[in-house]
Design a protein around this ligand. Structure first.
Ligand code: HEC
Length: 234
């Protein structure tokens, strides 16, 4: 083999992969055109714009800085590539009180408002695409999702259901301060020493706000819904 063929072959094998995995998706997803809803198939008109409330930009930064994406994905894969839709509450809720079955795959529009799509590197922990939706269930038990997340982030093993958790604790996102007057309503239920309390810092607040905003199961227009058609009654 001549050097020329070798170099050409080498560039072709890396070049084609680079084109298909980096360049084409970049140009396809960089500027997403709004999708028009269609009266006939979607039952409504207007444009599709998934709404999320919370400190998304700040929280997404804290999420990245602390490497959450190393172990947590935010990508409910298309059914042909995995069985994510069937995992409990990953793609949405199987039977939501008002909306029925909301499970669906992730699409590029789900990352609206985030500068970087945190699709994740590995899946050591559960997918977080619909974490906010899962934690909403705590309201029914009279518990607060914020308080649950603060305690979990401070020390995942403090939660009896997660006593063997390998999710790394993030105590540096919290501050220890002297109690002046009444204790803060956000103070963690941990012993911080006489006269002191542990409260979430600004980064913890942004991160929790972001995590609670993760509800990527809004109804999508028919053109985006690639999930297999469900048979009536199944
Ligand atoms: C070393 C890998 C690793 C890293 C890094 C990591 N986690 Fe985890 N996480 C896990 C594992 C494993 C679990 C499952 C065990 C458990 O339920 O506690 C988990 C569980 C969770 C849960 C509970 C999810 C549920 O549905 O019950 C939340 C919330 C969470 N992690 C948030 C975070 C956040 C936020 C960060 C970044 C600050 C982070 N994790 C970083 C491994 C990791």
């Amino acid at each position: 083999m001549s050097l020329r063929t070798f170099i050409l072959g080498l560039s072709a094998s890396f070049g084609v992969a680079w084109l298909a995995i980096v360049v084409i998706p970049f140009f396809k997803m960089r500027n997403l055109e709004p999708i028009q809803l269609d009266e006939a198939t979607d039952g409504t008109t207007g444009i599709f714009y998934p709404k999320r409330t919370g400190r998304i930009a700040d929280g997404s930064r804290v999420y990245a800085q602390n490497g959450c994406y190393l172990c947590h994905s935010q990508l409910v894969r298309p059914t042909y590539a995995g069985n994510d839709l069937f995992r409990p509450d990953w793609g949405g809720l199987k039977s939501d009180g008002d909306r029925g079955d909301t499970r669906r795959e992730t699409n590029a529009y789900d990352f609206t408002g985030e500068k970087f799509a945190q699709i994740g590197v590995t899946r050591m922990g559960p997918d977080l695409s619909n974490l906010g939706r899962r934690l909403d269930a705590l309201h029914a038990k009279g518990e607060s999702p914020e308080a649950w997340l603060y305690s979990f982030l401070y020390n995942p093993r403090s939660n009896p259901e997660h006593w063997k958790s390998t999710c790394p604790p993030q105590p540096f996102l919290f501050v220890k301060r002297e109690i002046k007057g009444n204790p803060s309503p956000d103070a963690l239920p941990v012993n911080a020493g006489e006269g002191f309390e542990i409260v979430p810092g600004p980064d913890a607040k942004a991160l929790v706000s972001y995590l609670l905003s993760l509800k990527k199961d809004q109804k999508v227009p028919a053109v985006l819904n690639f999930a297999p058609v469900k048979k009536a009654g199944s």
